[in-house]
Design a protein around this ligand. Structure first.
Ligand code: ZN
Ligand code: ZN
Ligand code: FE
Length: 741
């Protein structure tokens, strides 16, 4: 007879881990207990050594699929003679180390009950169990008990309570457990706020509205969606107009994989991503001629499958897929409160479907894309946040990193982990800033976290920088944007040695006050050196140039041909009047409101303008996405370029491009040129490890080709898979620096 005490840390709470331990121990006749504490799970088992060994095997191989043990400590002790095995109530303590679970898509068993006429939860939109359902969006504090969730206002009925109390039931300690008798319910409202119907009749009424081409705001798991028939062009056009989103693709939710395949062509890898517990939006090639108003001028479309029971019920009753886009205006935070939705979404939607389970914390849908054969997270939010990035070393300080300006996330780091927040939004509005502050307070209070240092971007104009500088009584450190990109890649790959960092993106503030974005750095955790970069060019009109690819093209044309540009009849020039052109030329010549930039991302804009496919863009990375679609793997040649004194001169490449008589091949030649540049420069620098980060490396052909080329030459190539390569990932890099400094 022996007694073993186990401390388990990691993803071990909130997905049926204790019932699993209970069943395993009971099955082996072991005595003792299992308990959740704020560090994880503690198990004591007493019995014959053989059975304890068997228990450890079961723990290793049969634990719930969502469980992930980061750390396990086992100690044998004197037996005390327990009489039974029990699940003990949770305890609280000072510091919360437990991993908070993300929201989990409805499981198979719950789906079967949802569609079984005889089940007491038939078509009940809030069905869940210990294996599935909301977590991050309903938890107010730890430990994860019902009284600490937004379900605390709903008293379980006797039938639900019985399931909740029975260790052999699938709903044992399922904190959001509910049924039509005791749980939340839905109602349908007109845009003026009057209720049309509640409970039973809502779904039927909803079907009618959606089939009729109406837009409905639907409250989901992490916020509101705006939903409409994805195949109804005039409704989609109306949604675009009302949401002020002329071109940016909408995500489309499909009933099931079969329906996905009617409209799109997912690869095997993409299919498996669509079915993850996190149910992300996955970018998939669409079939010709379909969903063109949903993702205009692009070959791919963002596809996802239902992840809440309400989505399943809705999609099951419609024979077409629906647009399901975040309920907000352009790039603002997603809306989560009922009254806020009535106020702010009613101008966009005809009807509003509400429910009375509060969303404690908002969380947008996540977006995943297969890049060069591997999944990359483009937006990391629902289903991923707030899982930590685990580090193979311990941080020296507790750090808060405030992230960047676009696609903001922030991060907190302590001990051996960095927790990157859910997607916040672009930081352009008051709403964004207040959500940012609210989310920092929230994550800090959950983890009882107080930073020793705050890290922010070097850009003095970023709202997040201003916020950081305002914080009193704490050390603050500014980190250069592209260095942060590379640090992010290092952190998630567990690298703490010298690397070459290729950081290519739109723009970030450089140490010399110009806008960087086509950078080759050598760096380690202490410092970096900018060793090569693209030759700077002028962004004529500053911010305006970011929205107008033709201004970048003009800047390049002035560099190449000077005054002759005025008489050229090519796409970037055509849209301007003669007078405008001469003003722009003067601005370029004198550098008036035309900052210098070495951005690689902006060169994609110039290319799109030269090809005549995009002169003015309406969403970020629009040109890059269009160029990517035009890549042809059969084309192997490339344009010329020069590398001298740490500068990569793109002038010859654009000279070739302007004279190229076969413009259809230009996108591929351009991408091939960029990959040759990377290979050549990396070889010149000559470190073994290469980190690729920045939004440009979300370009699938470029990332795929360069990874293969570098590996063939013996380099070790690291890319971003856990957090976005775009600015959504820089908080991780900032936190890594702050925690190690
Ligand atoms: Zn379930
Ligand atoms: Zn009930
Ligand atoms: Fe960036």
């Amino acid at each position: 007879m022996v007694r073993l005490k186990l401390h388990l840390k990691g993803v071990v709470q909130g997905m049926g881990f204790r019932p699993f331990v209970y069943r395993a121990a009971k099955g082996l006749g072991l005595k003792g207990y299992v308990i959740n504490d704020t560090a994880g799970v503690v198990v004591e088992i007493e019995g014959p050594q053989d059975n304890i060994d068997r228990f450890l095997l079961i723990l290793k191989h049969e634990k719930p699929s969502l469980a992930n043990i980061y750390y396990q400590e086992a100690r044998y002790q004197e037996p005390v003679g327990y009489d039974d095995f029990e699940i003990r109530p949770s305890t609280g303590s000072e510091r919360n180390e437990v991993v908070l679970l993300p929201d989990i898509a409805t499981c198979k068993e719950c789906l079967e009950e949802l569609t079984a006429h005889s089940d007491r939860r038939f078509l009940y939109p809030f069905i869940n169990c210990t294996n599935c359902g909301p977590r991050f969006t309903i938890i107010e504090r730890l430990p994860y008990d019902r009284s600490n969730t937004s379900m605390k206002g709903f008293q379980m009925c006797p039938a639900c309570q019985k399931e909740h109390n029975n260790p052999s039931d699938r709903r044992f300690h399922a904190q959001p457990n509910a049924c039509p008798v005791c749980g939340p319910n839905i109602s349908l409202l007109k845009d003026d706020g009057t209720t049309i119907t509640e409970g039973q009749g809502v779904i039927e009424a909803l079907f009618e509205k959606i089939k009729d081409g109406k837009i409905v705001a639907i409250k989901g798991i992490g916020g509101f969606h705006l939903v409409c028939d994805a195949t109804n062009d005039s409704t989609v056009a109306l949604l675009r107009k009302r949401k002020r989103r002329p071109d940016k693709p909408f995500a489309v939710m499909f009933r099931d994989m079969e329906q996905v395949k009617e409209y799109a062509e997912p690869t095997v890898l993409e299919e498996s991503l669509l079915l993850l517990h996190s149910r992300p939006i996955v970018l998939v090639k669409k079939k010709d001629g379909l969903l063109d108003t949903v993702s205009p001028h692009l070959k791919s479309v963002g596809v996802f499958l239902p992840y809440s029971p309400l989505h399943y019920i809705i999609l099951k009753g419609l024979d077409f897929p629906v647009v399901a886009t975040s309920g907000n205006l352009s790039e603002e935070p997603i809306i989560k409160e009922n009254d806020e939705a009535l106020k702010r979404l009613s101008p966009i939607s005809h009807f509003i479907l509400l429910h009375n389970r509060p969303i404690h914390r908002r969380c947008d849908d996540s977006v995943v894309k297969v890049v060069g054969g591997y999944p990359q997270i483009i937006r990391r939010s629902r289903g991923y946040a707030p899982l930590p990035v685990m580090l193979p070393f311990r941080l020296k300080r507790r750090v808060l990193a405030v992230g960047g300006h676009q696609k903001n996330t922030f991060a907190i780091g302590f001990e051996d982990r960095i927790i990157v927040s859910q997607h916040i939004s672009d930081m352009e509005t008051i709403e964004s800033m207040s959500y940012f502050e609210e989310a920092i307070d929230d994550l800090s209070s959950i983890y009882k976290f107080e930073p020793d240092v705050i890290i922010h971007d070097l850009h003095p104009g970023y709202e997040t920088t201003r916020w950081a500088i305002k914080q009193k009584g704490i050390e603050k450190i500014a980190i250069q944007h592209h260095y942060a990109h590379i640090l992010s890649c290092m952190a998630e790959n567990g690298l703490n040695e010298k690397v070459i960092g290729v950081a290519w993106d739109g723009t970030g503030y450089g140490e010399d006050g110009t806008l960087w974005g086509g950078e080759f750095l050598t760096c380690d955790i202490n410092s970096y050196e900018r060793v090569f970069h693209f030759k700077p060019f002028r962004l004529i009109g500053g911010e305006k140039a970011v929205r107008e690819p033709r201004r970048i093209a003009l800047s390049i044309l002035f560099e190449l041909f000077n005054d002759k540009v005025m008489d050229m009849d090519i796409p970037p020039v055509r849209g301007f009047k003669e007078k405008e052109l001469s003003l722009l030329r003067m601005a370029w010549h004198k550098g008036i409101n035309s900052p210098l930039s070495s951005s690689a991302g902006r060169l994609f804009d110039a290319l799109a303008s030269f090809l005549g496919i995009l002169q003015v863009c309406t969403y970020e990375a629009q040109a890059a996405m269009m160029i990517e679609d035009l890549f042809d793997p059969a084309v192997k040649d490339f344009y010329s370029y020069n590398i001298k004194d740490g500068e990569i001169d793109w002038v010859p490449a654009f000279h070739d491009l302007v004279l190229d008589s076969d413009k259809a091949k230009a996108p591929t030649r351009f991408i091939n040129t960029l990959s040759r540049i990377i290979l050549e420069v990396v070889s010149l620098i000559g470190e073994k490890r290469v980190c690729l980060s920045g939004g440009v490396f979300q370009n699938s052909p470029l990332c795929g080709i360069i990874t293969e080329k570098l590996q063939k030459e013996g380099f070790l190539v690291y890319t971003q898979k856990l957090v976005p390569a775009n600015d959504g990932g820089i908080s991780l890099g900032q936190a890594f620096f702050g925690g190690m400094s």
